[in-house]
Design a protein around this ligand. Structure first.
Ligand SMILES: NC(=O)c1ccc[n+]([C@@H]2O[C@H](COP(=O)([O-])OP(=O)(O)OC[C@H]3O[C@@H](n4cnc5c(N)ncnc54)[C@H](OP(=O)(O)O)[C@@H]3O)[C@@H](O)[C@H]2O)c1
Length: 278
């Protein structure tokens, strides 16, 4: 994965032999109905090939409709959905997956994730995900918001490794310990809230580097993630910002600038800290 050659079609190999496009569209808080359908359809037209949804986002049906109505072959689109906390456990996870597939209207998803590491239930949920993968209805399985401790526990219960850990990552929250553990275990990181929800875009290091490249601070944040070899799923329902967030393949952040961006980590979190989960 050479950062010089990154394109919107760049994919990363996963530990199970499948691959995942590095840039995806996030859909948390995209309203069910036309907002989600239009955002996903427009993103696919723009060249995105990876869409991130979840049962909890209440928009799987709209994501599925946009994917099915697209002229892009299903095999070229990578769809992720997630098992919600109240559905965890062995049989509840199987049932929840079936409901998600009914909502999506797809024959398979590319990636099914345990959304959060729910105590006492996550290992049983994982057993269900292993069977779902074996059935072919999820091509890959992984986790989200798993800390080092949660992953170690999973490893002790199963020989099947998650191929992805989706966690909150941005220049303002770099999580070096879990990031390096995942890298050492061949678990691909996907960064959520990569724009820090749009709340840190006026940071002067970001605005300075953005100005140097004729780009926006949001574009610098997304490019930073890709140069860190993270998959990244910025959310937008706004067509101009959907285009902007994918217009990041014609510049490269220099080594000195990466060091400056790396210096922005101040543990800014917009979602709960998984370390607080037993
Ligand atoms: N696994 C998990 O537990 C978890 C948790 C949170 C999120 N996620 C996933 O990660 C995705 C991304 O995270 P997120 O949606 O929370 O946060 P985000 O992508 O960091 O930020 C999204 C916000 O930034 C705005 N925005 C988008 N592009 C922009 C741009 N170029 N300039 C300025 N503002 C811009 C969006 O508004 P507009 O829509 O109006 O453009 C939206 O308000 C989610 O959508 C979801 O798919 C997963």
């Amino acid at each position: 994965m050479s950062e010089n050659k990154l394109t919107i079609d760049s994919r990363v190999s996963l530990g199970d032999g499948n691959s995942m496009p590095l840039l995806g569209l996030g859909t948390w808080a995209a309203q069910p109905g036309g907002e989600t359908r239009d955002a996903v359809a427009f993103a696919l037209e723009t060249g995105y090939r990876h869409i991130d949804t979840a049962k909890m986002y209440n928009n799987e049906q709209d994501v599925g409709e946009a994917v099915c109505q697209s002229s892009i072959p299903r095999a070229d689109i990578f769809v992720t959905t997630k098992l919600w906390d109240s559905d965890q456990g062995y049989q509840p996870a199987h049932d929840a997956f079936n409901r998600s597939m009914d909502q999506l209207g797809l024959e398979y998803v590319d990636l099914y994730l345990i959304h959060w590491p729910v105590e006492n239930l996550r290992n049983d949920s994982w057993h269900a995900l292993e069977e779902i993968k074996e059935s072919g209805r999820a091509r890959s399985i992984g986790v989200s918001n798993f800390s080092h401790k949660h992953l170690q526990e999973l490893f002790s219960h199963s020989d099947t490794r998650p191929v992805v850990n989706q966690i909150e990552l941005s220049p303002f929250l770099q999580q070096p310990a879990i990031a390096s553990f995942c890298r050492s275990e061949n678990i691909q990181l996907t960064g959520y809230c990569p724009l820090a929800k749009g709340r840190r875009l006026d940071d002067t290091v970001l605005t300075d580097i953005a100005e140097q490249h004729g780009k926006s601070p949001a574009q610098v944040m997304i490019r930073w993630a890709l140069q860190k070899k993270q998959a990244v799923i910025p959310k937008s329902s706004n067509p101009a910002r959907i285009v902007q967030n994918a217009d990041i393949f014609d510049f490269q952040i220099g080594a000195d600038e990466m060091v400056r961006l790396d210096g922005l980590d101040d543990d800014s979190r917009f979602c709960p800290d998984p370390l607080s989960m037993p």
